[in-house]
Write a protein that binds this ligand. Structure first.
Ligand SMILES: [Zn+2]
Length: 268
C-alpha cells in the first residue's frame, strides 16, 4: 500500500481506522510540527476522510483503494492551508459553516514563494493558487453522520480557527484536529484565549463523561488521552506569565512563547 506514493505514509490503526501521514516540513522549514495526520474511518457502507492535506501529490487514488466500494464523505477540520489543499481531487467537501467561503475560492499560498525547498515548484506551477472542490457543504455543531456501525458527531470548537471542528465517534475516538496536539500550537491573538479555553473545556467535559476516549490529533503523536487537553489548557492559561519571554516570529506574524511542553505562536 505504501508503495503507491512515497509522500504519504499509511498505517492501519484499527479494522475501521487508517491514518495517512504527510510531512509538511518539506514545504517550508518553519513547520516543525509535522507530520500531518489525515484520518480515514471505514463504516460498513460509508467512509469518512478527515482533511485532504497539502495538495502536492494525488491522495484520492490512495483513499479509493482503502475504501473499496464504500461511499466517501470528505471533511475539512478547518481551513488552514495544510488541511484543505487536496480538496480539488474530491467532488464534494464538508467544512464548518463559518469557513465555507474560505475554501470555496482558489487558496492563496504565495507565502511559500520564498521557501528554500524545491517542492514548492508544484505550487508555483499553479501560480500559488490552489483550486477548490466543486461543491463545499456546511457542517454545524451536533451534526451526526452514520457511516454504518460507526456514527460520527461534529463538535464545533472555535479558537484555533473560527470553524475548527472535532469529531466524536460512538466507538470511543475523539478526533481533536488542530484544536489539541503535542507540537507547535497556533493561536489567535490574546483576546481570543477565553474562546480557545472554552473549546478545550468542552472537550474536557466530553472526556469526563467518557473516560476511556482515545484522542487522535491532526498533528504529531496519537492516540493521546485527556491529559493532552489538560496540558494544553494549563499551558495556554500560563502564557500570560511567560509573556515577557516572547520573541517575534515574522513568518507567522506572531509572538513565539515556549514552555516545557509546547511552543505557542500567538497572532500579533
Ligand atoms: Zn494543521
Amino acid at each position: 500500500m505504501s508503495s503507491l506514493n512515497h509522500h504519504f505514509k499509511i498505517s492501519k490503526l484499527k479494522d475501521y481506522l487508517y491514518v495517512i501521514m504527510e510531512n509538511i516540513s518539506i514545504i517550508h522549514p518553519v513547520y516543525r510540527n509535522d507530520p500531518l495526520n489525515l484520518y480515514l474511518l471505514l463504516g460498513t457502507h460509508t467512509a469518512l476522510l478527515m482533511d485532504t492535506g497539502c495538495g502536492l501529490y494525488p491522495l484520492k487514488p490512495i483513499v479509493d483503494e482503502l475504501i473499496v466500494d464504500r461511499k466517501l464523505l470528505v471533511f475539512n477540520t478547518h481551513y488552514h492551508w495544510d488541511h484543505p489543499l487536496g480538496n480539488v481531487e474530491f467532488g464534494e467537501v464538508y467544512i464548518h459553516e463559518s469557513e465555507v467561503e474560505l475554501v470555496s475560492k482558489p487558496y492563496d499560498v504565495s507565502y511559500f514563494k520564498d521557501s528554500p525547498n524545491e517542492i514548492v515548484k508544484i505550487y508555483a506551477e499553479q501560480d500559488f493558487l490552489i483550486p477548490p472542490a466543486k461543491i463545499i457543504k456546511p457542517l454545524q455543531d451536533g451534526n451526526i453522520f452514520d457511516l454504518g456501525e460507526i456514527e460520527v458527531k461534529v463538535i464545533h470548537c472555535p479558537g484555533h480557527s473560527p470553524g475548527s471542528i472535532c469529531l466524536l465517534t460512538n466507538r470511543g475516538e475523539l478526533f481533536t484536529s488542530d484544536v489539541a496536539y503535542y507540537g507547535d500550537i497556533f493561536l489567535p491573538n490574546r483576546d481570543s484565549f477565553p474562546l480557545v479555553l472554552k473549546s478545550l473545556s468542552k472537550l474536557m467535559k466530553i472526556c469526563e463523561e467518557q473516560p476511556d476516549l482515545e484522542l487522535y490529533p491532526s498533528h504529531q503523536i496519537y492516540p493521546c488521552d485527556k491529559n493532552l487537553l489538560v496540558d494544553l489548557y494549563n499551558g495556554i492559561r500560563n502564557i500570560e506569565n511567560l509573556w515577557e519571554s516572547k520573541k517575534a516570529f515574522d513568518f507567522f506574524e506572531a509572538w513565539q512563547v515556549d514552555d516545557e511542553k509546547f511552543r505557542y505562536y500567538v497572532a500579533r
